[in-house]
Write a protein that binds this ligand. Structure first.
Ligand SMILES: [Zn+2]
Length: 285
């Protein structure tokens, strides 16, 4: 089955990972900008954005995979407002690159006042630098904090987005790393949701399928978010396998693991894959 991984940090992965993903049916991957495991200088960010927009698409192409990315200063490094200002000034030119889908993954880490300021500046940038139809904005991908900060941070993010009024279209925003206590909040507010499936932290494949069964799969994307920590790009496939084991139809699996990300990303004309339709329902195999 063909799959799109909507959130995977390929700069941290080997070519063996690219190959394993391609063998497992991944035809496109989207890579948000994030924390490198250490704080960078503004010049370091520019190099990173070049890696995302120039190098990774070439590595992915070796495995017939399309590579898309998102550009931002991550919330963990937003504490330094001077650095944030310098990095934000570099972002608009990268938003013009042909494989960039939007601004992300912005968000909150420890829910601090400086993180809030930089989050708002990124959202404003997504509005101000969009060159498409009037009234729209760049797609936005949002990281929610970990553990005890998640619920509070998710509420703060939704409130901040509301403050932008009609300038923000919830259909063009995905709020990622939802868990049992935040998924309803995000869905009820009309945003896309992302579930991140990890081997040790965040959601397990079983919990992700439980969430899908409880809350439905409309506007829901599942990702492995594999990075430089303990993670595995095939966690997405373990989730798919768990859903299949529980008897979910091929149509449902195609919707969750391919057509949902294709629909969200497809709002950008830069995303080049069409949605797929099963030829006929056929027997369950
Ligand atoms: Zn991430």
């Amino acid at each position: 089955m063909l799959v799109i991984d909507p959130h995977c940090h390929m700069v941290c992965r080997t070519t063996a990972d690219y190959e394993a993903m391609a063998l497992a049916g991944v035809v496109a991957v989207s890579e948000p900008a994030f924390w490198a495991g250490f704080d960078r200088t503004p010049a370091g960010f520019v190099d990173y954005f070049r890696q995302l927009t120039e190098t990774e698409p070439k590595r992915a192409a070796l495995f017939s995979m399309q590579h898309y990315c998102w550009i931002c200063l991550n919330p963990k490094e937003a504490e330094d407002l001077g650095k944030a200002k310098e990095v934000l000034a570099e972002i608009p030119k990268f938003l013009d690159c042909p494989t960039v889908l939007g601004v992300g993954e912005i968000g909150l880490n420890k829910n601090t006042p400086n993180e809030v300021k930089v989050f708002q500046q990124h959202v404003q940038l997504a509005i101000d630098t969009f060159k498409g139809k009037g009234g729209e904005h760049h797609l936005i991908l949002i990281h929610t904090p970990h553990l005890e900060d998640k619920l509070k941070g998710t509420k703060m993010i939704i409130e901040m987005l509301k403050d932008f009024g009609g300038a923000i279209d919830p259909d063009r925003v995905l709020i990622d790393h939802v868990e049992e206590h935040t998924i309803k909040l995000v869905k009820d507010a009309g945003y896309w949701t992302g579930m991140t499936v990890y081997p040790v932290t965040k959601c397990t494949p079983q919990r992700a399928v439980d969430l899908i069964e409880l809350h439905g799969f409309a506007r829901t994307c599942v990702n492995a978010s594999a990075d430089w920590g303990v993670s595995d790009p095939l966690q997405l496939h373990r989730t798919l396998l768990e859903a299949r084991r529980r008897g979910h139809s091929r149509q449902t699996l195609l919707q969750i693991f391919y057509n949902n990300p294709a629909s969200f990303f497809g709002q950008s004309p830069r995303f080049r894959l069409p949605k797929l339709i099963l030829a006929e329902a056929g027997p369950q195999i």
